[in-house]
Design a protein around this ligand. Sequence first.
Ligand code: NAP
Ligand code: MG
Length: 485
Amino acid sequence: MAAETFQLFIDGDWVEPSKGGYAIVNPATEAVVAEAPEAGVDQVNDAVAAARAAFPAWSRRPAAERAEMLDRLADAFERRIPDVVPVVQAETGATMRVASTLQVLQCAVRFRTYAKLAMQNHDIPLPPSPMPNTALASGGLIGALAARQPVGVVACITPYNFPLTNMAGKVAPALAMGNTVVVKPAPQDPLAVLRFAEAVQEAGLPPGVFNIVTGSGAEAGQALVEADIDMVSFTGSTPVGQRIAETAGRGMKRLLLELGGKGAAVVFDDGDVAGAVAGIGSTWSFHSGQICTAPTRVIAHRAVHDELVEKLAGYASYLKVGDPLADDTVVGPVISEVQRDRIEALLETGRQDGAEFVAGGNRPEIGTGYYVAPTLLTGVKNEWRVAQEEFFGPVVVVETFDDEDEAVALANGTPFGLYDYVWSGDTVRGYRVARQLRSGNVGINTVQRNHEAPFGGFKQSGVGRDGGVFGLHAYSELQSIVWPS
Ligand code: NAP
Ligand code: MG
């Protein structure tokens, strides 16, 4: 794989990066996977200019034609999946189970979903409204339509955890709605997304409709946000989202921000403890906890606390940590040395605050790679940093409550509000508590998703919603068209 070269994809062509390349490191082996292109600011602007030039024709195409191309794109990508899996596995460090499923299949699914949705009419017809004579115009029955129009050129900036799937979650609805895009993948793992552009070429998307710029630092992303774009669709950390919103605000650019989370998992005394353990355990067993929606902050009723902690500790110790290519590995590495060190530093604050480490806490002894053992902290107070800040790794903290109001207050007691969970045998209580949680998503007795539901954050977890048809709407402007009857 080291012999493979990667270039920028601008205006339908492969382009040599003006600033050379930088190394992409395999998080498990610490070996260089390949060089990724380092785009110059001029090339970011070239990509935006190409997307701008392609916008009028792409947005005016019949939706059925756009849908057909997105379907062809899904086909072309699916044919490449056997070649893409090793690339995305090597650059993300994902276990084979995750690399061969969620990292690739969900990408194709998203293009197919939005190809279908593009075939529907998303305009909103309004009943005619009787209007009186005014100084402005004579009265009568006035008709109107709320028409959905594309926003224009959309910058799609994504995080490192699911590079293809995150990209598809933005690009598929944006293109379906008639926008054109410039994609800026995360610096750690842009290679599979660059491979995806081969499918874009094969599917025959017009030049400029889809462009990719990559880079090792914030320069390319910053230049993209400042460029002549109409919207930023960003998924990543809250601090970066804040910087992007400040810059975008000056240009009145539209924003979709999917930011950090600190998912509360409220477990009541009548909750199914085994079910809760399996759900909460996904923080360890699914992509090393590098998921914004993970139930990382357990809020346990005092009556079930000990049983829950014992079972969680058992679950954590059962998971095999190590080589992501081995069949029986469940917990692979986290993305980078920087991230591993950040997690360890945050754990250290928990140690100093007085948390008890019931599982994990020490660096696993595996020759190479950036591993964090599945870690469980108990006796945690809500004001501690381990309860307030994201680990974005395989770490679960446990707090305790005595009554429902306290549980709700603790769950709501962080700046985040992305995804919370409730386990209770009383569905009325589950529903009542869900309605009090200041969180964009709440799972009752499940960590399962519904991809048709709107997805996004309250508070500092973001602005706007994607998911299903809401994702399509996120990439549109409403235009009122008014006429006399
Ligand atoms: P990140 O550090 O915020 O980076 C995300 C993207 O932003 C990268 O492409 C990054 O590339 C770029 N970027 C950084 N500074 C920028 C700037 N000033 N202007 C424009 N772009 C800039 O996030 P991450 O570390 O990759 O991912 C982990 C975070 O993502 C966690 O906080 C997690 O909760 C969040 N996340 C949220 C969701 C959700 O749906 N809500 C989903 C997944 C992940 P450069 O560093 O090269 O600039
Ligand atoms: Mg980063």
